[in-house]
Design a binder for this molecule. Structure first.
Ligand code: 2AL
Length: 244
């Protein structure tokens, strides 16, 4: 089985961390490859970043189809481009926010999300709503660490750990969901430190895709998620023209 993990930002050092975390959980018969798109923002921490990450993500899904990928992970907590990716992929496509939130829902009655910048909290709340987990998502907490500082700030792990601890306490929740793919490598240590389950979406989404492919399941193609109607695209989007 071949799972393609798309890190929607163009920071390859973060892509390498994501790939390592996905490979750690994947089964022996599963090949995991993580990529960053050839175009897009270096980190995703605004609606603008998120919107402009989508063409690069879709180009990677299209390439994955040519390369025979069995399924895909979209490894950014805003789940950018998820619906469009489902239209053009044959196999299942899972976002890290949806996988992490659904996984956390198995671990107790309520979970808290700990994210990067406060401005990304609205998106996380919207996604909890969209996934039917409004009540289970007890709170979304920001540690005000920019995404790329997760790799460079020597205090990053301490700050995220404290935010997780405070979130559990203030929300009275049973588990924590990490709100950024760049936190994937912190998961096990934070869980040990706070003594509560901590869910990393990269691991959760990789294993969800692996399970779906193992069960022979993929996106339903009879309606909304059928391939998009063919039409010519213009300007810098010319390459996204959909074939008849
Ligand atoms: C993210 C993420 O997962 N990757 C990225 O670039 N930004 N999420 C976030 N909440 O900042």
């Amino acid at each position: 089985m071949f799972i393609k993990v798309v890190n929607p930002n163009t920071t390859w050092s973060m892509t390498a961390t994501i790939e390592a975390c996905a490979r750690t959980v994947a089964g022996p018969g599963t090949r995991v490859e993580a990529v960053s798109p050839a175009m897009g923002p270096p980190s995703i921490e605004s609606h603008y970043d998120e919107s402009l990450s989508v063409p690069g993500i879709l180009a990677e899904i299209a390439q994955g189809e040519r390369d025979g990928a069995d399924g895909y992970v979209i490894a950014c907590f805003g789940d950018p481009g998820l619906d469009a990716a489902r239209e053009i992929a044959t196999g299942p496509v899972v976002g890290i926010a949806e996988a992490a939130m659904h996984t956390a829902s198995f671990l107790g009655r309520g979970f808290s999300v700990v994210t990067t910048l406060g401005r990304t909290a609205g998106r996380a709340r919207d996604l909890a709503d969209r996934y039917g987990l409004r009540d289970a998502c007890r709170g979304v907490h920001a540690c005000e660490i920019p995404v790329l500082a997760l790799e460079t700030d020597p205090d990053a792990r301490k700050i995220v750990t404290e935010a997780c601890f405070d979130a559990l306490d203030s929300d009275g929740s049973d588990a924590v969901v990490l709100g950024c793919a760049g936190m994937a490598d912190l998961c096990a240590q934070i869980s040990a430190d706070i003594g509560a389950p901590v869910v990393d979406g990269v691991a959760a989404a990789t294993l969800t895709v692996q399970s779906l492919v193992t069960m022979g399941l993929a996106t339903g193609k009879r309606g909304e998620f059928a391939p998009p109607p063919p039409k010519p695209y213009t300007g810098i989007l010319k390459g996204f023209t959909t074939a008849r």
